[in-house]
Design a protein around this ligand. Sequence first.
Ligand code: SF4
Ligand code: MG
Length: 326
Amino acid sequence: MPLLDIRGLKTHFKTDDGWLHAVDGVDLAIDAGETVCVVGESGCGKSVTAKTVMKLIDMPPGKIVAGQVLWQGRDLVPLGPEEMQKIRAKEIAIVFQEPMTSLNPVYTVGAQIAESIRLHEGLSKRDALDRAVEMLKLVNIPTPERRVKDYPHQFSGGMRQRVMIAIALACNPKLLIADEPTTALDVTIQAQILDLMVELKERMGMAIMLITHAMGVVAETAQRVVVMYAGKVVEEASVEDLFARPRHPYTQGLIRSIPRIDTAATHKVRLEAIGGTVPKLIDPAEGCRFADRCKHAMPACRTATPPLVEAKPGHKVACILEAALA
Ligand code: SF4
Ligand code: MG
């Protein structure tokens, strides 16, 4: 049984113009101890999928229209706020892109880490603070005994993200969801944070669901990759397979748009960006949502939505070209 098994999930939002199908039939499973990257352009439904798992969607205007979120076999969709509170942090923790908005500026970071530990594990204040120091040490913050007494603004962006990871891991979750955790940071710091996450994952034996729009991040961290486009999963494969043999035209475009360091250094390379824009997701029509941007598109692509099928073991694709082969 997978640790997390998202099945047929649809999360829609009511707008003045109609229903926005932000997540529209997503299947996604994560095994214990595994690192899965969810990749796609902004607005493809990655964050909404993660927030639905954590039940952090405002309802209304949001609504889980269909599907299940099985956590160790138990569906989280029907759970109320109290039950979800027990699962959040203790079993599944989440880290967002902008740590400054998640940290409270008026409390020391030590107090905030300790608070999270106390809330979930009922430790004394003294013990929780000791644990906070340990957690800062774990995420490689220098002089943690001194730093626990500092406020968020006294940390750099990269150090704040380390603090957020410390808070997330304080209760030893089985799954860490990281939503663009390094996007706001500069490249060197990004690499350090990703390395730290991979290292902690090994040490603590947790699984990671890493959400990113950057294929470079995927290549460095993932074991398995789920590619999303316009609210749907269009491809899923091991990281090796996805980069060596991408099968969906969208994934092929994403991989071609990665700057090649070897050639970029000597020539002015133009990235082959994917032309066109993501379709509007208000009451979308049937058919492949990538059709307007796909150079292989044919009339049949617009009449029915291609299902996600296993093209070969462990490699799934949602494209009519694959369905024709299967
Ligand atoms: Fe392109 Fe058609 Fe495949 Fe969609 S289903 S990716 S439009 S070939
Ligand atoms: Mg997002």
